[in-house]
Design a protein around this ligand. Structure first.
Ligand code: ZN
Length: 239
């Protein structure tokens, strides 16, 4: 069975039911706490070892939540497995779409991933768990093993550019899709808002699943306010 290309644009709201708070959004935890925001702001992170130490500790606390995919993540992966072509464009860095069964190549992570670590000097990528092991063994700000450079999670920090290749692919999907489901995102910030506009201009059916109103509700074909974990599986079953 095949069907129309379905693009899922997901934001923090899809993962809050997995116990992950909204850190990055306009009213997210990082924006409300200037000290915490420094830990995810490139300029401060690179300049201050103490901020890096605290940033790693905060990452470990998030990781210790042991978040699991919820019914919404699973419903998206199930739709893909059923033969409907699905692409996920996500603002989240938690990797829960892939953990739910979406193939890596079908998930575009606009803000990178917290599951990998990258060297800011040589670009070497290593698993997050390696960094955590080194921190536990007494290196609170572990340097790159290859070149001694500063390590960070492979997330796009405040003050960093989004990956133009990822952005380009996301735009192409937005233009090509027949259905775009925006789920758990306020659609107030670039690039999410622009992707919705691209899809609408291309004639895609637009469905918005979000607890709060968004600037695109007026042009949406359908707006759903019910909790994502229950409403998204029902919606996707109709596709
Ligand atoms: Zn390096």
């Amino acid at each position: 069975m095949t069907g129309p290309l379905v693009a899922i644009l997901s934001g923090a709201g899809i993962s809050t039911e997995s116990g992950i708070p909204d850190y990055r959004g306009p009213s997210g935890l990082w924006r409300r706490d200037p000290e915490a925001e420094k830990q995810v702001t490139y300029e401060y992170y690179m300049a201050d070892p103490e901020i890096r130490r605290r940033s790693w500790q905060a990452r470990r606390e998030i990781w210790s939540l042991h978040a699991e995919p919820n019914a919404a993540h699973r419903a998206i992966a199930d739709l893909d497995r059923s033969g409907v072509p699905v692409r996920v464009i996500t603002q989240n860095v938690d990797g829960l779409h892939q953990q739910a069964g979406m193939p890596e190549r079908k998930v575009l992570e606009l803000h990178g991933t917290a599951r990998s670590v990258v060297c800011t000097a040589c670009g070497a990528r290593t698993p997050l768990q390696d960094a955590f092991s080194r921190i536990e063994a007494g290196e609170p700000d572990p340097p790159c093993r290859d070149c001694g450079g500063i390590l960070k999670t492979a997330t796009v920090m405040f003050g960093e550019e989004l990956d133009p290749a990822v952005l380009g692919q996301a735009a192409a999907i937005a233009r090509a899709c027949q259905v775009l489901v925006a789920v758990g995102t306020s659609l107030q910030v670039y690039p999410a808002a622009g992707l919705v506009a691209l899809a609408a201009d291309g004639g895609a059916r637009l469905v918005i699943v979000n607890a709060e109103p968004t600037p695109y509700d007026d042009i949406a074909d359908e707006v759903i306010r019910e909790p994502i974990g229950t409403s998204l599986p029902l919606l996707l079953a109709r596709l």
